[in-house]
Design a protein around this ligand. Sequence first.
Ligand code: FES
Length: 556
Amino acid sequence: FLPANVEVFVLPGTTILEAANRAGIILALPCGGKGTCGKCRIKVQEGSFDYTSAEQERLTLAEQQQGIHLACQARIFEPCVIQIIPDALASQWQVLTGSGDNVTHLAPEIKKEFVVVQEGTLKSAQSDIERLKQQLKGLEYLDLEAVRALPIFLRENRFQGTFVLAANELLSWEKGDTTNKCYGVALDIGTTTLVAALLDLHQGKTLNTVSAPNPQAQFGADVISRIELVKKERKNLALLNKVLIDKINQMIKTLVQQAEITKEYIYHLVVTGNAVMQHLFLGITPEYLGEIPFPLAFKRSLNVVAQDLNIAINPRGKVRVYPNIAGFIGGDTVAGILASEIYQSDKVKLLVDLGTNGEIVLGNRERLLAASTAAGPAFEGAKISAGMPGIKGAIEKVIIKKDSSDRETGIFYNVIGNVPPRGICGSGLIDLIAELLRVGIIDFTGRILKKEELDGNLPEFLLTRIKEDTTQSSFILESDPEPIVLTQRDVREVQLGKGAIYAGIKILEKQLGIEETQINEVFLAGGFGNFIRRKNVIEIGLLPDFPPEKIKYIGN
Ligand code: FES
């Protein structure tokens, strides 16, 4: 995909739209991808595509001669190069996706400015601070360290330098003009997975992203077990905090090394997570969050100095922790509400964030209701025999073609990064279970059937993959280079998660007093893979029976 220069691997028959989604490029779809609005125009630079009847209707002959296609209609059958036409971008999504090239609204809390301060004269009685304020608009507050440093800095640097502001506060001062070296890190503390992105705040670009398992998981897979640990002995709070901070610092180190910058130029860390994770990150005991009425220690956003938390960015940098809504609805839900813009919508929309705690938000600009469900870590690949997060080496898409109408029969899958598979991530898991349900290997209760119970017409390539032992069956997706097997326990784990989410949605609908059909759009968020096949999410009963075109995956 140009101009972002992102390459993705997809199965034959994938639409350009789906491939663009996987590349993190989100196109606007006024007609929901039905091929009627003609707005999702892209230009094919290399590769050949047939024109569908919908495309022939919407595109002029001149456009067709230039290689213009509709992304929602054109299907990929060979390697190709696609040029994205900026008008087709759903620009508000760009910040979400990490492609980072099309940020439309840049308003970082941290700003740098190079200024030359007037030298004092005998005639003027102005202080250093007053003369700095004249040049640095918006500056109001300097702490003692800054007041102490300023007179020396100005005189040692010919009264000029780069000043770093956090809103109206002077954060730091650097020699020369370093305005183009200003970075921030965005961090999502999941119960199971941590994801951090390094952002260039000067250019408005995401430079790189890393993810890592949350090291607290060794002490308990879910938030309740971590609360219990602190309840048992309060000194465990320091332990949970320390392993987390150490891991975050390691991730920042990796980001810094990959981008070849120095950590002193990182002035901002913005943190979201569920309420328990945010409490643990700040070293606040979460023990009361485990008791009715689940009281929070803080609700509004907090702004803390990095060195107070031992975060390895510029020691005077700021750490912004997102607001919490309620005991089990934390900053990550606020982030989802902001990113999906559900709070601005006239129509009723649904946001589902699939994590170990599955958060659900339903409503519009008038009223939003939120719920948190114990979905378990299955969709993030944890507690699944061959599970892994949606990173390189994860199978993220599975298709079974078994009918004579299919051009080829067999099991086909996508691996993130186009490398040999190491495991399966959430989206692959949803696909696999939906496909096995469709071909009848899994029954409607979620049981993997034994060979003797199966429809006699199942092809050999499927039958040989069913492994039976005395009590239950499993399905072998891949045996080389490593076995990737779906066990009965894995299916049960997914059922628990999807049941929790489904129930949460139903309860919110009831509370808001609306019918499913009144929900105009469904946003699915989470780190379960790059792309989720919408009909399979409905197939397995994770979401109610929405028309698939209403469902949008908005990234992590
Ligand atoms: Fe409307 Fe493709 S034609 S989204």
